[in-house]
Write a protein that binds this ligand. Sequence first.
Ligand SMILES: NC(=O)c1ccc[n+]([C@@H]2O[C@H](COP(=O)([O-])OP(=O)(O)OC[C@H]3O[C@@H](n4cnc5c(N)ncnc54)[C@H](O)[C@@H]3O)[C@@H](O)[C@H]2O)c1
Length: 335
Amino acid sequence: MSILVTGGAGYIGSATVELLRQSGRDVVVLDNLVYGHKGALAPDVPLYEGDIGDSALITKIAREHSVSSCIHFAAYAYVGESVQKPLLYYRNNLASGLGLLEGLLEARVSNIVFSSTCATYGEPQRIPLDEEHPQSPINPYGASKWMFERVLKDTSAATDLKFVALRYFNASGAVSGEEGEGLRTIGEDHSPETHLIPLILDVALGKRQSIQVFGTDYPTPDGTAIRDYIHILDLGAAHLNALSYLENGGQSDFFNLGNGSGYSVKEVVEASRRITGHEIPVVNSPRRAGDPARLIADANKAKTVLGWNPQYPELDAILGSAWKWHSSHPDGYGD
Ligand SMILES: NC(=O)c1ccc[n+]([C@@H]2O[C@H](COP(=O)([O-])OP(=O)(O)OC[C@H]3O[C@@H](n4cnc5c(N)ncnc54)[C@H](O)[C@@H]3O)[C@@H](O)[C@H]2O)c1
């Protein structure tokens, strides 16, 4: 039996593929490589270059590889782009996802673990955010993920489908050897890059002149926005727990994944200066529309119900692993 990993050549997907293989699972990856990297996968991982919307291909892969469950990472995930091109996001993250579900159900694959996001909550009404917090996404990216959660819920009520939707906060860090011994090294190589940590590390590598800090007048101790950073190996581990949960008869459900403690942009810059030894010049800029002051997860449900136990919650471990990867892969995967 195999696990089908969509988007398995991407940042979080490829780290999860490594963990699945380490735990003895057979894996098959489907990725259209629009943002993924072949180099993120071991050469012996079966990789289908195709689209999740191709339900016939999904059924074929599921049958040929005796797929028992699917972990669904494939999506577009640029918030700003989603505002400019909403139809692209609804097409890829929502409509193509329907093809995936149709193909899976046709092949009688009934367990799916879905990459959702804290962006489904929208502007926080309280912190930390638990799963009962109202969902009111404020951009098409968050809305596309929220709508697909709804699709999963409705489909599971009408069919054998069972799902776990994992709402990640800020994915970060790398599989560097120290973190993730015995695993392939894996890091963040997005083009364009929009995430804070790789952008800061690009400054330390001399690839950018400075880091732009959006908003220094937030109601936070140092005036910059606070986010909950979660290591990709901890995210990956949660997917293995979610799979076991479904395989052992767990009910369809939604879980947050974060560390429950946040770091401000200034704290991330200062820790990066310490770890890289680079001065990392900062340019202060006005707040961006739609950026809340704080986003912090209450992930107690994942800990209690899924038995999830994050191993790398410290900012230094996250930054240290990312720096190790970026400094040894200045051109990313080089493709
Ligand atoms: N990175 C984060 O902080 C974060 C936070 C919350 C949720 N998520 C979600 O986690 C998932 C993975 O994120 P990531 O950072 O690894 O992104 P990524 O872009 O590195 O990986 C996504 C992969 O999916 C592939 N893909 C996209 N559309 C596809 C399609 N239609 N068919 C086949 N393959 C397709 C891309 O080529 C890429 O390899 C996404 O669903 C994202 O929305 C990410």
